[in-house]
Design a protein around this ligand. Structure first.
Ligand SMILES: Cc1cc2nc3c(=O)[nH]c(=O)nc-3n(C[C@H](O)[C@H](O)[C@H](O)COP(=O)(O)O)c2cc1C
Length: 202
């Protein structure tokens, strides 16, 4: 551990991707982020629903430059994600996959895919980025998170963010149900703390 490790202020970002504000996944993300703040770090909470962005057009416009040609706010969201040392992403399961709002953003990483794999460039932003993913599903069907997690692993890999953990809660459906879960909210606080404390073990 470096001598100044504890004085390092990390930039921590939570992105709540559900269209349901103050819904189950947003509550968990806030709790995890609050733990980062309590540990002395800078925090920012964003609702994806507050941004104006569109699906990938598959125009291949990023293939020569590594930059997306669509002039919307997806670029702002990516700038914030890549400027963060720690990233908390929260999104529910919709129709057995990640909610469309999150998927739409994930498809827009095509520009980073092009930069990395066609143009041999690094993803810009902070080095040693690390994050966690949080999700909820209304049912308790086996493998209900499988599709979502596959997509999330892809997202973190393309953005060069180390995915330190997935925290998924099933049987959580109505808005606020997560508050009666026996351990989820407490665990979210622990996950947030662990996310920033892992810095000290580097
Ligand atoms: C359009 C839609 C599709 C959904 N599809 C599923 C599903 O396939 N499987 C499931 O278990 N829950 C499904 N749910 C339930 C949500 O995953 C659940 O309500 C979750 O707690 C929502 O989290 P939020 O409050 O953060 O939005 C769906 C909900 C909506 C609105």
């Amino acid at each position: 551990m470096g001598e100044d490790a504890r004085s390092v202020k990390l930039q921590c970002l939570a992105l709540a991707c559900s269209p349901r504000k103050d819904g189950n996944t947003a509550l968990l993300a806030r709790e995890a982020l609050e733990a980062c703040r309590e540990e002395g770090h800078d925090t920012e909470f964003l609702y994806l629903a507050d941004f104006n962005y569109f699906p990938c057009r598959a125009c291949d416009g990023c293939f020569n430059t590594g930059k997306c040609v669509v002039p919307d706010q997806a670029g702002t969201i990516f700038e914030k994600i890549l400027a963060a040392d720690r990233f908390i992403m929260a999104a529910p399961v919709f129709s057995l996959g990640i909610c469309a709002q999150a998927k739409m953003l994930i498809d827009r990483t095509q520009q980073f895919w092009a930069a990395k794999y066609l143009l041999d460039r690094h993803v810009p932003g902070k080095p040693s980025r690390r994050g966690i993913f949080i999700s909820c599903a209304g049912t308790t069907l086996p493998k209900v998170f499988e599709g979502t997690l596959q997509t999330v692993r892809y997202f973190f890999k393309i953005l060069d963010i180390d995915l330190a953990g997935n925290y998924c809660y099933d049987g959580v459906d109505k808005k606020g149900d997560i508050l009666s879960h026996p351990r989820a909210m407490r665990d979210a606080g622990r996950q947030g703390k662990a996310l920033v404390r892992t810095e000290w073990q580097d």
